[in-house]
Write a protein that binds this ligand. Structure first.
Ligand code: MD6
Ligand code: FE
Length: 211
């Protein structure tokens, strides 16, 4: 089903919205752009400051990219694997992210970073806050493609109660304002095969990382 405002936008918390099926109709063009990015800035499993290898493989596009290594989490304007700038953010990515933000009531979203996460079956992302940005005034827009996941959305402290959302191919989450620093995580991806994306879940997270 294609996106229609009223039925498919669910407020999950103050200033946090799930836009069911928002990307349907753009899957193929998104996948083409992703494959182009991966050919130039390959997916890699980065190392956490604690010395663990992440189960999620990552790349970035846009002016700034999120990275982690032994020395910590940060945004860089070049890819540490290739030592070249990150690939530009495709126009269709920016447009869809801005449109989704606007639907959710956030006008003037200007993302300068797009983190691309690829989850193989068995991968997960532990509960965390997104707080490496220099700018919390803009929302985060997050695209889900491929296999579904269960996404835990909590509160401002780690111990706060969580709601479990199923995120499916084509869904977009937009959150900012009062929810911008809420804890969240992705539970272990279950075995499956998506017709377009294979045995993977992809997540694209758009942010304003700099002032
Ligand atoms: C994911 N997403 O969905 C991981 N963070 O794979 C995130 O960590 C995330 O979806 C901030 C805002 C939206 C998100
Ligand atoms: Fe996050």
């Amino acid at each position: 089903m294609l996106f229609s405002d009223d039925e498919n936008m669910i407020e999950i918390a103050p200033d946090a919205f799930l836009l069911k099926g928002f990307l349907l109709g753009n899957s193929k063009v998104l996948l083409q752009s992703l494959n182009n990015i991966f050919s130039l800035s390959p997916l890699r499993n980065m190392e956490t400051p604690g010395g663990y290898r992440m189960s999620v493989a990552m790349s970035n596009c846009g002016e700034w990219g999120w990275v982690t290594d032994k020395t910590g989490y940060r945004y860089t304007n070049s890819d540490p694997v290739t030592n070249k700038p990150w690939q530009p953010m495709p126009g269709i990515f920016r447009q869809l992210a801005q449109d989704a933000a606007e639907r959710a009531g956030f006008l003037g979203f200007e993302p300068d970073a797009c983190l691309i996460n690829r989850y193989a079956v068995g991968a997960k992302m532990s509960l965390h806050q997104d707080k490496d940005e220099a700018n919390f005034s803009q929302p985060i827009v997050s695209f889900s493609l491929g296999l579904p996941c269960i996404f835990d959305f909590g509160g401002a402290i780690r111990e706060a109660p969580k709601i479990a959302l199923t995120l499916e191919h084509g869904d977009v989450l937009v959150w900012g304002g009062k929810s911008r620093l809420n804890y969240h995580g992705v539970r272990t991806i279950k075995a499956g095969e998506h017709p377009l994306l294979g045995p993977y879940r992809f997540n694209l997270t758009f942010r304003r990382s700099q002032k």
